[in-house]
Design a protein around this ligand. Structure first.
Ligand code: UD1
Ligand code: UDP
Length: 367
């Protein structure tokens, strides 16, 4: 029997973190011929992850440019994938989530008549502007995909409501699978020594709709909070490589004594530091899935989330991006012990670490 060729495509840090466990699982199975193509939508932040998981792509479109535009990325990915698809003629192409890489790859597959499987399918805010352009990307991929791997029941319901009837599976999120590779017992890091009894707040911010004013409001709120509680808290803020985020963070937070602005953490350090933190302030999607697993409260600097399960469980809180709101929520979570206890229950609404295995089982059955 000939092996079924599966092409796995990704390009950004979070896609890599969530797709590498699946690549490793598929490779274990002799029925599949697994080919990895990366777009290089991210560069350093992608390479860090590939190295950790020891995944070697056969194709690297290497498309990243400083301050890249969505249109240019879309063109570069579709053109690049045109060639990759001609070379490989895969039985199935797997894409992940809602990035430009995933969207443009799915469109290329559709235009050339190749089947698509969508990992992390069915997340919705139902607002095309938040997150932008991700909500459009993921809705469009759902139109194209043949197989939909939804992380939660809610995501599956979203797909059912859109008329998807077949091949809509609940598998959990492969983000939780990744933690099995990264979380270490007896982890230590010099940064943790710097705390001197202060509580560690992990901060990340990068969403496109938060660029400009929202990001600045969040940074001003964070600075007020850090200055007020200088002897109680210490923040670690690994900066996304996007130059605009760096400039604003350096300008507004650079002088603050109790914050460390660093390069992006590699994923092992990121996950282990998250596990050691007191709480997290973020607009990241992946961190909304991971932090609840560690029992770490998450203040989400966004107006909406496509991950309502964590909000319903009371471990994620949407706080928007207005300075007063953000400041008040930071203060409350630090000062109000009852509020902290309520938000710091360890729950895992996004899976039990077996999503890759479940997806591979389904593909063995279906292909
Ligand atoms: C992208 C995704 C977003 C995802 C995020 C994860 C889209 C439209 N956006 O947003 O859904 O949540 O990744 O982080 O697909 N850069 C580097 N080195 C890197 C990575 C980025 O220098 O390794 C800089 C470049 O100047 C690049 C800029 O960051 O142009 C923005 O990268 P881009 O992928 O366009 O957008 P993100 O905000 O990272
Ligand atoms: N992450 C990381 N280093 C960092 C910041 C985040 O490894 O310095 C990890 C994080 O734990 C999660 C993923 O990157 O697994 C989230 O990526 P990001 O926030 O860039 O994208 P999103 O999830 O919002 O699409």
């Amino acid at each position: 029997m000939s092996r079924k060729k599966i092409l796995v495509v990704f390009g950004t840090r979070p896609e890599a973190i969530k797709m590498c466990p699946l690549v490793l699982e598929l490779k274990k199975r002799s029925v599949f011929d697994v080919v990895v193509a990366v777009t290089g939508q991210h560069r350093e932040m992608l390479d860090q992850v590939l190295e950790l998981f020891e995944v070697c792509p056969k194709y690297d479109l290497n498309i990243m440019k400083t301050n890249q535009s969505l249109i240019r990325m879309m063109t570069a990915v579709t053109e690049g994938m045109d060639h990759v698809l001609d070379q490989e003629r895969p039985e199935l192409t797997l894409v992940h989530g809602d990035t430009l890489t995933a969207y443009a790859t799915a469109v290329a597959c559709f235009m050339k008549g190749y089947a698509v499987g969508h990992v992390e399918a069915g997340l919705r805010t139902h607002n095309l502007n938040e997150p932008f352009p991700e909500e459009f990307n993921r809705q469009s991929i759902s139109v194209i995909a043949k197989y939909h791997f939804a992380p939660t029941k809610g995501a599956q319901q979203n797909l059912f409501r859109e008329g998807k009837k077949e091949h809509v599976y609940i598998t959990g999120n492969t983000a939780i699978d990744a933690l099995r590779y990264t979380v270490k017992e007896n982890y230590s890091n010099p940064c943790l020594q710097e705390l001197n009894g202060r509580k560690l707040i992990l901060v990340t911010l990068h969403r496109r709709e938060n660029w400009q004013d929202p990001m600045r409001h969040v940074f001003h709120a964070l600075r007020r909070f850090l200055e007020e509680y200088e002897d109680q808290v210490f923040a670690l803020f690994p900066l996304h490589r996007n130059p605009m985020i760096r400039e604003n963070a350096m300008r507004i937070l650079g002088e603050c004594k109790n914050i460390r602005l660093t390069e992006p953490l590699d994923v092992v350090n990121c996950h282990n530091i998250m596990a050691e933190s007191y709480f997290v302030l973020t607009d990241s999607g992946g961190i909304q899935e991971e932090a609840p697993y560690f029992g770490k409260p998450v203040l989400v600097a966004r107006n909406v989330t496509e991950r309502p399960e964590g909000v319903e469980a009371g471990v994620l809180k949407l706080i928007g991006t207005e300075e007063e709101e953000v400041y008040a929520n930071l203060k409350e979570l630090l000062e109000n012990e009852e509020c902290y206890q309520r938000m710091s229950r360890a729950v895992s609404p996004y899976g039990d670490g077996t999503a890759s295995r479940q997806i591979a089982d389904i593909l063995e059955r279906e292909l």
